[in-house]
Design a protein around this ligand. Structure first.
Ligand code: AMP
Ligand code: MG
Length: 474
């Protein structure tokens, strides 16, 4: 067995496909884009209608994702190209098809031919017949359409014609009929996607690959699977239930970062508020004003200093419950932004509403707590995050008093005196925690740009915020 495998390996030159190789990928691209100063490769996603049109023209099923090359000259499209590998008899012919910005075949070249028979399909006399053809032409080999094959190379010639039809249909329907797709591929328009994750709508806009955006959402979902306090299977839920566990790296850094924020914000932010959130009915929606005795009892189980960490083991006191509500989204958003950056994205916005994280330079608006559909002002962000905490979404009223969902971990009661507060910070975990802390303390942090609206509508901002405020919203 071993000798046979070795012998085969030798025969096929260990991994090199058999047959003739005429052009490398770079040579082929240089040939189809003689005037381009830049060539970019894009994976495009064909919508259902366009995919059907391409399949019809191609004559067989076509993947919804296709790799396309765009030649650019001074930023404008100089042409399109696709590289195809089509089966001839049993092996494949690999070739490149270039299409000019007007949707006409500009160049076709065979890059490799695996079968020994049929290599004539690479001859110019055959390939030159396709020049100038568009998606409107009938392109068949032999019969209608009138492209003449080389005798003995019919299968290879037909394979090339198939790839040409596919390229023409894709360029016409995906790019030329839909200029927005072309702008997106050129990087002039961001990819936008929205998903419902972590119990809220999250929107990502990114100048880059759709795949990178999907990976970013996948990362948020992955962290939700670890940090959710609604999913009983999450690691955080297990910690809350069992009181002690060997934490994985994400839960461990989440707990450590959260405990650090508590110290930094003087206990106004604290992920151990769980028992208080439960007591006031903010978790199950059965809102009530609890008696003082119960508040005092719940406060016994609150305080990050009670979290014990030894190596990877995290241990809570009896009855403690970690509530990720005030910082989990920020933590996940930072990771999603890291995924985008790693994929080469230079400009993107991960937007959870209450927390937004900017990759590169952006402008973000702050909602009016009195009229959440309206924006109050806009600030400039650059590789920073903005979080807003407010009680306009989650609160209840009893005996004429309004009780909001953000609780003061020191008194055990809903924080008062602020309608909404927004904070800018280098990371989203930090802005998320800082906004919650500022809501509780009612004072603007000194070190971070922040903006606060009092329940009567009065506004306050610190110097850091003033500097970032967009002039038109000042
Ligand atoms: P946020 O909207 O980011 O300010 O988070 C508010 C959520 O965090 C609440 O709905 C609670 O689940 C939880 N929470 C409430 N008060 C606090 C607090 N003082 N520190 C940390 N988390 C809190
Ligand atoms: Mg927060």
């Amino acid at each position: 067995m071993m000798t046979l495998a070795l012998a085969l390996g030798l025969l096929t030159q260990a991994g090199d496909p058999p047959g003739e190789h005429y052009l490398t990928r770079d040579e082929a691209l240089a040939l189809v884009f003689p005037d381009a100063d830049r060539v970019v490769e894009r994976t495009v996603e064909l919508d259902g209608r366009i995919r059907t049109l391409v399949q019809k023209r191609y004559g067989d099923a076509v993947d919804g994702r296709q790799d396309v090359f765009l030649g650019l000259r001074e930023g404008r499209p100089a042409g399109f190209a696709m590289i195809h590998s089509e089966v001839t008899k049993t092996l494949r012919v690999t070739f490149i098809v270039g299409v000019d910005p007007g949707g006409r075949v500009s160049e076709v070249a065979v890059m490799a031919h695996e079968e020994h028979i049929g290599t004539d399909c690479r001859k110019r006399r055959f390939l030159d017949q396709f020049r100038g053809k568009t998606n409107a032409h009938r392109i068949g080999v032999g019969g209608v359409g009138g492209i003449l094959p080389y005798s003995g190379a019919t299968l290879s010639c037909s394979a090339v014609a198939r790839g040409i039809r596919k390229t023409l249909a894709l360029v016409q329907h995906h790019f030329l009929d839909r200029p927005e797709n072309l702008r997106r591929a050129l990087g002039e328009e961001p990819v936008r996607q929205e998903r419902y994750v972590m119990g809220a709508l999250c929107a990502i806009a990114a100048w880059g690959d759709r795949r990178a955006v999907e990976d970013a959402f996948r990362e948020i979902r992955r962290l939700d699977g670890i940090l959710s306090d609604y999913d009983p299977e999450s690691e955080l839920s297990r910690l809350n239930r069992e009181g002690s566990l060997e934490a994985g790296p994400d839960l461990l850094s989440f707990v450590e970062a959260s405990a650090e924020f508590s110290r930094r914000f003087g206990g106004a932010f604290d992920i151990t508020v769980g028992p208080l959130v439960d007591l006031w009915g903010f978790r199950d929606g059965r809102h009530r004003v609890p008696p003082d005795g119960e508040i005092r009892a719940a406060l016994e189980k609150v305080g990050s200093s009670k979290i014990r960490i030894s190596g990877r083991r995290v241990t809570l006191d009896e009855g403690m419950r970690l509530d990720p509500g005030a910082v989990g989204k920020g933590f996940a958003v930072d990771r999603a932004a890291a995924v985008l950056r790693e994929a080469g994205v230079r400009r993107a916005l991960v937007d959870f509403g209450s927390t937004v994280c900017a990759v590169g330079a952006w402008e973000a608006a702050v909602r009016d707590p009195g009229e959440p559909g309206k924006s109050l002002c806009a600030v400039a962000l650059e590789d920073e995050s903005l979080s807003t905490s407010g009680d306009y979404e989650k609160f209840f009223e009893a005996d004429g008093t309004r009780y909001g969902h953000i609780l003061d971990p020191r008194t055990g009661r809903p924080a008062r005196g602020v309608a909404s507060v927004s904070v800018v910070a280098p990371t989203a975990a930090e802005s998320d925690a800082a906004a919650t802390a500022a809501f509780v303390s009612g004072v603007l942090p000194e070190a971070l740009p922040a903006f606060l609206v009092r329940p009567d509508g009065r506004r306050e901002m610190n110097e850091g915020w003033r500097r970032r405020l967009k002039p038109e919203s000042r």
